[in-house]
Design a protein around this ligand. Sequence first.
Ligand code: CP
Length: 310
Amino acid sequence: MHTITASLKGRHLLSIRDLTTNDIKSIFSLSSDMEKIVRDRRCIDFLHGKIMATIFFQPSTRTRLSFESAMFRLGGSVLTFGNPEETRAGAKWGETLADTARVINSYADLVVIRHPKVGSANSFAQYADVPVINGGDGEGPGSEHPTQALIDLYTISKVFGQINGITMLIVGGMQIRVGHSLLLAIARFFNMRILIYCPDSLWLSKDEEAELRMLGLNYHRVESMEEALLEADVIYHNGWKESSPEPIPDEYRITAAKLTRVPKHAIVMDALPRTDEIAADVDATPYACYFEQASNGVPIRMALLAHLLG
Ligand code: CP
């Protein structure tokens, strides 16, 4: 098995900014090894005796369950919050994140948190003695979902054998947290060409745009999805709004009919869940990659847990 990187041990993962190029290489490399365990539906005892707590203040299917599956595959144990309203941290009792962190410190060796407020994972981590992973915090400027961005880039690297040199069209709202982590990751670690089709009302904040420019991200906004589709190796739908499902205007929807002229090797990605941004008829095309993307959540999160706790 790939060597565990000592430099990641005990650290928090609150933002994609917390990682270095070497960290990403180590995580991707270990994920390939982890894939074999997942494929064989095996469990190993690498993290036997370790406990992960998942405390999610917002709904999740993929992030929570794939972290939990990852921990079980590595032989560890899981404590889960379930519905926050059935805990003291819910709206009725309103126990603070600081007190919740101080308490969970002695119950678990690592915490994964999702919260509707931007910065909550950082606030929690200030009072945590154990590694904290941001499983998605809020919506809008400053929000992030770093582990989803790792999954997305890992998926691209698996499909194309590389990430540098790829042209990626991002469609949809740019206030979505994974979009922030993804652009920051690309700007910091990779040389990709990014086309973005997003309405002004859902565009990035001035500060976010300035940071991406300062980091040298090669991106530009496009006026039409149809033309940009012809140039894209990766067509990534970023969804529309984080807080609630909303119907998406037709011109931002991807359908099988719109994919008839895209490059043969192109893939369509979406962190999911989808509302109607990707029509069901795309599922049967060779371009659909979003379920493979979701399945990469387990090996990537196994690699992260192994690095942070191993
Ligand atoms: N992609 C993602 O974060 O999905 P969930 O909201 O189901 O965790």
